[in-house]
Design a protein around this ligand. Structure first.
Ligand code: ZN
Length: 390
């Protein structure tokens, strides 16, 4: 009987080892999924609502998210600012949080959605060794942010289709794009979760008569559509003026890429086709997302320095200027803020009666000099009623 007992003991040991590994691997993922990011509603926030208020079937789901409303003293134009569509491109999240915590609107209304794809913000990419968090130094200590993924978590939207059929154009897209909230515009109220997220945002824009929609992203340095504004015909004049102005006045490059009419599901296409708003998608370079880099470390995410990209830059394989200084987070956040403010300013100049006048937001040079953390407020010192955890 001895060999039998040995075998049972070995099986029990193996089972215990597997259970231990599952717990060890699962607990950090569980904590990341339930991480609460505190945001301090700044002096300009007049109302806070949820995206689900614009689509009842989104309420109570993992796709619902906070919408910060900043109403000016005077009426004017309206802009929707979104980040976290792709939650692994976090410069946009920082830029939008800086607006929520600091901006004061003199004229017009801002609607800010920092974590547009809330489910993707709670997802990760273990196979690529993504870090679960990154910390930004501030004047009061380090503020921790969760690092998300490009797509919604399969825990929230499952199963994936074999082929994703876009609604309403019936274009056939890759199965994985069913969980990519930048392929599910304009969405529908009875569709899958990501369709309900984009439908709710479309409803917000239609009901509130939003004029301008800005979607903040990051793109690989080896991808041609980077360091730019993607704009359809209706937005292109303002986009061109914004890129020319930031180049002349603030000294950084950005250019305009036309939104291709045949490629469906993207914010820069569908928002303009299905509402009165003029859409703009901003891409800032993010070396972390390039394929041929070293380890996907927090350091690479924050400083954008990579020896392999540096060598590829020498061979002219990158679509942005790249040297040993990398492409730091502060530069990306500053670019997003300046381009966004410039779009609002150009829109205001061209559209009397629908002005959007925003104060208190740092621009490119400020963020590069002081660091993005300078503009993040300490939730522990803020009025608890103004702190929102999402
Ligand atoms: Zn993106």
């Amino acid at each position: 009987m001895a060999p039998m007992r040995h075998e049972r003991a070995a099986k029990a040991l193996l089972l215990a080892a597997i259970a231990a590994l599952l717990v060890l691997g699962g607990v950090p993922l569980y904590r990341h999924r339930h991480f609460a990011l505190p945001i301090v509603s700044g002096p300009g926030v007049t109302r806070i609502t949820r995206l689900g208020d614009f689509c009842p079937s989104l309420k109570g789901t993992a796709g619902d998210t906070t919408v910060y409303i900043l109403e000016g003293r005077e009426p004017g134009g309206k802009a929707l600012l979104m980040s976290g569509t792709h939650a692994n491109e976090p410069a946009g999240l920082l830029a939008d949080i800086i607006i929520v915590e600091n901006a004061v609107v003199d004229q017009g209304t801002l609607y800010v959605i920092p974590s547009f794809n809330n489910s993707a913000g709670r997802n990760t990419r273990p196979g690529d060794g993504y870090p679960l968090y990154f910390d930004i130094p501030t004047d009061w200590g380090r503020k921790r942010f969760p690092m998300g993924n490009r797509d919604a978590s399969p825990l929230d939207q499952w199963p994936d289709p074999d082929v994703y059929v876009h609604y309403p154009d019936r274009q056939l897209l890759s199965y994985i794009d069913a969980r990519n909230s930048n392929r599910t515009w304009p969405g529908r109220p009875d569709g899958f979760l990501m369709e309900r997220v984009t439908f709710a945002a479309m409803e917000l824009m239609r009901r509130e008569q939003v004029d301008v929609a800005v979607d903040l992203h990051g793109a690989e340095t080896m991808f041609p559509v980077t360091n730019c504004i993607v704009a359809p015909e209706k937005s292109s004049k303002i986009a061109i003026l914004a890129t020319l102005t930031v180049k002349a006045a603030e000294g950084f490059d950005s250019h305009v890429e036309p939104s291709p009419p045949g490629f469906r599901g993207l914010s820069h296409r569908e928002i303009g086709d299905h509402s009165g708003a003029a859409p703009f998608l901003l891409e800032a370079p993010i070396p972390f997302l390039d394929q041929p880099t070293g380890p996907k470390s927090v350091k690479l995410l924050l400083d954008g320095k990579d020896p392999f990209l540096l060598s590829l830059a020498g061979k002219k394989k990158l679509f942005v200027p790249y040297d040993a200084s990398g492409w730091p987070m502060d530069k990306r956040v500053g670019q997003h803020l300046s381009v966004m403010l410039e779009i609002l300013r150009q829109y205001s100049k061209k559209t009397p009666g629908r002005e959007l006048i925003v104060k208190g937001v740092p621009r490119y040079a400020d963020v590069v000099k002081n660091g993005a953390g300078r503009y993040l407020h300490d939730p522990a010192k803020a009025d608890p009623r103004s702190v929102v955890t999402d």
